[in-house]
Structures are given as C-alpha cells and as structure tokens.
Design a protein around this ligand. Structure first.
Ligand SMILES: Nc1ncnc2c1ncn2[C@@H]1O[C@H](COP(=O)(O)OP(=O)(O)OP(=O)(O)O)[C@@H](O)[C@H]1O
Length: 299
C-alpha cells in the first residue's frame, strides 16, 4: 500500500434484493486515519453498505478493496466491528467479555489499556446485561478494539443514548482517531456527523447523493444563512415583502432565509420588528439533508 492508497474503497457496489435495490451503485474511498460517515434516512442503504464492507453480507456486484486488495484474512485481523449485541455477552461480566474476545485474536491491545481507553474499570465485574446504554456502548466498542484494529466500523453507535452519554462516546471516538485509526460510522444524528466526521457521504435510495467534508458540503450548497425570530416579533406588514416560513407551529418561530443579513435586518427594523428574540444561524447538515432528501434526518 502506498501513502495514497485508501484504506478502504468501494467500487460500483450493489446489493439488490428481489423487491428493493438496497445499495445501487456506490463508489467511495476512505483515507487512513479519518472518520468517514454514512448518513441517510431510514432505508437509505447505510447498514447494507457497511455490512458489505465489513464482509458480513455479500454484494450482488461491485468491488470492496482493503488497502488496495480484496478483503481477506488480513482485513479480518485488522478490522474491528462494533456489534449491537452478541448472544454471549449478557451472561458474562465486562471483564469476561473482554477476555473472551481478546482470546480470539493472536495479538491486540493490552486489556488494561483498552479498559482505560473505554473507561470500563468501574464496571469490570458487572454482568453485561446490567450496564446502562452508554456503558454498554463503551463495552461493545472495547470488544471491537480488542485486536487493535486499523479500521473500526460503528453502525449507529449512539442511537438511544442520552446527550451526555453521546458526548462521552464522541470523545472516545476522537481518542481512537487520534491513534491514527480509521473509523467508519453510520448515524442519524447530524451533530454527530458534524463533530466526528472528516468526510461524509449522504445516501438515499441506495445511492450517494452528496459526498465531501461537512464544511465543504455546506459551503457548496448554501450561500445563505437563516434568521429565526418569534412569530410575535414578525411584523404583519413585512409578510409580503420578506419571504419567510412558519417553522414551528407550536413554539411559533418564523424562519427567513437570506443571503444578505444586513439588508434583511434593516427591512425588519423598518417594519418596526423587535430584534430582541432574533437569532442568526449558519446552515447545518440537517438543512442540507432536508434539502437533498426532502426528509428529516431523524426517524
Ligand atoms: N435482507 C434483506 N432482504 C430484503 N430487503 C432488505 C434486506 N436488508 C435490507 N433490506 C432493505 O434494503 C433497504 C436498505 O436497508 P438498510 O438497512 O441498509 O438501510 P439503512 O439506511 O441502514 O436504514 P436505517 O437508518 O433504518 O437503519 C431497505 O429498504 C430495507 O428494507
């Protein structure tokens, strides 16, 4: 592998089921050491793509290359997969799980180091079934890291976690990245993609519809920003001259999309609007996602 060979590459990857083209011609390359995110609405084909890359399901057609070669024994030794559950782990303590998984590989991270990385020391003697959601995800991540993999696959790792546990998990993923590991992630959470991913690919109906760094994608798609203000502060008289939409009927927020904040603010003030509750925010991945797919990111 040369410096420029991607650690993983998929070419014209397809998985067709009798009724659905779950993945329908996907191409991308993942550079070593980055976090690559697959985003998409429910049923977009993210899990199918990642499971083909993991070697768990067979593609209908297309190629998957690991360090420039078809996946083989080397890939299996050097990849780590965070499973959502295994039938074994609930009957074992955290320590026993770690010991069992590490015994499956000839080499790997020293368990003590793994325990510290994933902050599991406090729970070592607890049955895995008694862990909280965040603790369980950390254990599953530790299991994925026992062989000190070069590439780690995380399929919706923070779904169902509370905000604090999600933040903790992000920190953990960043510490893995800092060790020059490559991370492949699927997620429904745009803040997660924005915070963790160097590159994202947005999928819909089995195809990639946008691919790039989050900031580049936002800069390419949007030259505007969003002004939000409470409906009560939006003057009736401005209704016709300032294009807007009622964002949230419950809280009563009005959204104005503008390329010229100064001019729009001046217009609002001319109409006597109060600016006290006004917010200007840049476009987010959530906006991009909605624009590209017409769907909310979250199910
Ligand atoms: N084994 C299968 N047999 C038939 N259809 C399948 C199978 N697995 C997945 N599909 C279909 O393929 C499409 C893509 O599914 P996939 O699970 O990859 O989507 P996803 O993007 O991961 O969705 P989610 O966000 O809901 O997890 C869906 O329409 C799904 O119903």
């Amino acid at each position: 592998m040369t410096m420029t060979t991607p650690i993983l590459e998929v070419r014209n990857l397809r998985k067709h089921y009798p009724r659905v083209k779950a993945v329908d011609g996907v191409d991308f390359a993942v550079r070593q050491g980055i976090c690559f995110g697959l985003l998409g609405p429910n049923g977009a084909g993210k899990t199918t793509t990642i499971e083909m890359m993991e070697g768990i399901i067979k593609p209908t057609s297309g190629d998957i290359l690991y360090k420039g070669e078809p996946q083989g024994a080397r890939f299996r030794n050097e990849a780590g997969i965070q499973f959502q559950s295994t039938s074994l782990q609930d009957f074992l303590t955290v320590r026993e799980n770690l010991q069992f998984f590490s015994s499956l590989y000839p080499a790997g991270l020293p368990l003590e180091e793994l325990i510290d990385i994933c902050r599991l020391r406090e729970y070592l003697d607890r049955d895995a079934s008694k862990l909280s959601g965040g603790q369980r995800q950390r254990m599953l991540l530790a299991l994925a890291l026992v062989n000190d993999p070069d590439v780690v696959f995380l399929d919706e790792p923070t779904t169902g976690l509370d905000p604090q546990a999600r933040l903790n998990f992000w920190e953990l993923v960043n510490s893995i990245k800092a060790r020059n590991k490559t991370v492949l992630l699927t997620t429904h959470y745009m803040e997660e993609a924005y915070n963790l991913c160097d590159e994202i690919a947005i999928m819909d109906h089995g195809k990639i519809i946008a691919h790039g760094s989050p900031d580049d994608l936002l800069a390419t798609h949007f030259q505007d920003v969003i002004i939000e203000l409470p409906q009560r502060d939006f003057p009736e008289a401005a209704k016709d001259s300032i294009p807007h939409r009622h964002l949230d009927k419950v809280t009563g927020t009005v959204e104005i999309i503008t390329q010229d904040v100064n001019a729009t603010l001046a217009q609002l003030m001319q109409h006597g609007a109060s600016l006290a509750g006004l917010q200007v925010r840049p476009r987010t991945l959530e906006d991009l996602f909605l624009e590209l797919t017409g769907k909310e990111l979250r199910a």
